[in-house]
Write a protein that binds this ligand. Sequence first.
Ligand code: MV4
Length: 501
Amino acid sequence: MFKKILIANRGEIVVRVIRACHELGIAAVAVYSDADRAALHVRKADEAYRLGPAPASESYLKIETILDVAKKCRADAIHPGYGFLSENAKFARACAEAGVKFIGPSAASMEMMGSKTRARQNMEKAGIPFVPGTSRGLESPEQALQVADKIGYPIMLKAAAGGGGKGMRLVHTAGELKAALEAAQSEAQRSFGDSEVYIEKAIVNPRHIEMQVLADEHGNTVYLGERECSIQRRHQKVVEEAPSPIVDADMRRRMGEVAVRVAKAANYANAGTIEFLVDQQKNFYFLEMNTRLQVEHPVTELVTGLDLVHLQIHIAAGQKLPFKQEDVQLRGHAIECRIYAEDPENNYFPSPGKIVTLAEPAGPGIRLDGGIYEGWTVPIDYDPLLAKLVGYGADRSQATMRLERALGEYFVGGIQTNAGLFRRILKDADFQAGRLDTGYLDRLLKSSSEKIEPASSKEIAAIGAGIFAALETESAATRNDSGKPSKSEWTKTARAEALHS
Ligand code: MV4
């Protein structure tokens, strides 16, 4: 078994992997950029090494520097986390060449599933259902028109090297197709250095449901249940849950068996996720495979009782899966909220800055995978994910209640977060009925922005009176230095009282 693991990442996922290492008696090594010198993941590690300046390209993406650290600290293995180098075949290969075990799939598996067209060609060979369309790049507008006529509009143009919605275009009529294809190809060339664009039949208002798979290096592959990930904003997941409200045991078995076949076709080892689009008739189509541990892995851990990071480490150390498919039992329901440093009053733009107060929830059924602490300054340089708050219960209703209660205990002072958004989602009738699809959050945000009433004259008067009183008191306080709260404190209190009056 490994004695020391370097985690080539930052933030909450490093804290998560450090915890698994410590539970297994393994030393954990952190790496950091100048912006993360005081970060929680650095504090919790047994050793920590500076990579370079804040920009990821000069720190967390520097393959050679990371491997130099691995050599210097004599790490046996590297866990890549998610994002950064986690799906970079060149990095996986460099680890292998440096004699440091990469905790994840082989470079070959990554490369096979990294190109959406190569992945579709392999799925075609393995007889796996994928969205009708081409599995190779389009040669010409004429060919695109022919294929689109055959599969029927609307169609989706997608970049082979894309993912996460980048380089995607929805086309409703033949008249739009030529221009859309040229635009998609030039965007793909600009964004990914590869202009290959393919075509799929557009699934209208699909759900995004993904299946967790786990494979050891001895040919054993299992599925661990699905996650419903349809609540997304601009292709960024916001709420994920397990199990999906619409997947029954039979559908789970059928999706799981397809997911296992995809993993085997990719000669996959370690933890991976197969993404599906699911239409209104509950037909599911292979979309893409993520060759890494995902942000939302905690909801699968809670309903299976398995520790995915422990299992990743054991698999990378050459051990066989300690269970068979029939041993995997799902119990209860888990819902995860991704807490981002974003300002909901400012189009959810990042809201970096110092965390001046922090109150974190706990109690029955609550898991908080956090990467922050009171006094830390959230940098502007990276994805603004602060923590994941997960509610677990015997069923979806109890998981929801617990999450609502925990959100009421959660307070991050000094920066803005999206925590208020989850209160709205959890109270929403469509959410509570499990009526979800990838357009759900856009509809909710649109409807609630429409619903916000202008303040009534009574409210405005109350706020004005409150602020005036605060200023009056403040000026009296500064005159006799009574040590009362500052003006800004009074103003805030006055405004809060006025609003609740
Ligand atoms: C689609 C689709 C509808 N039809 N493909 C978005 C990102 C990438 N994962 C694939 N995506 C989609 N592909 C076809 N043929 C709708 C989406 C999509 C989506 C998918 C999953 C989660 C959120 C989404 C948001 C918008 C569009």
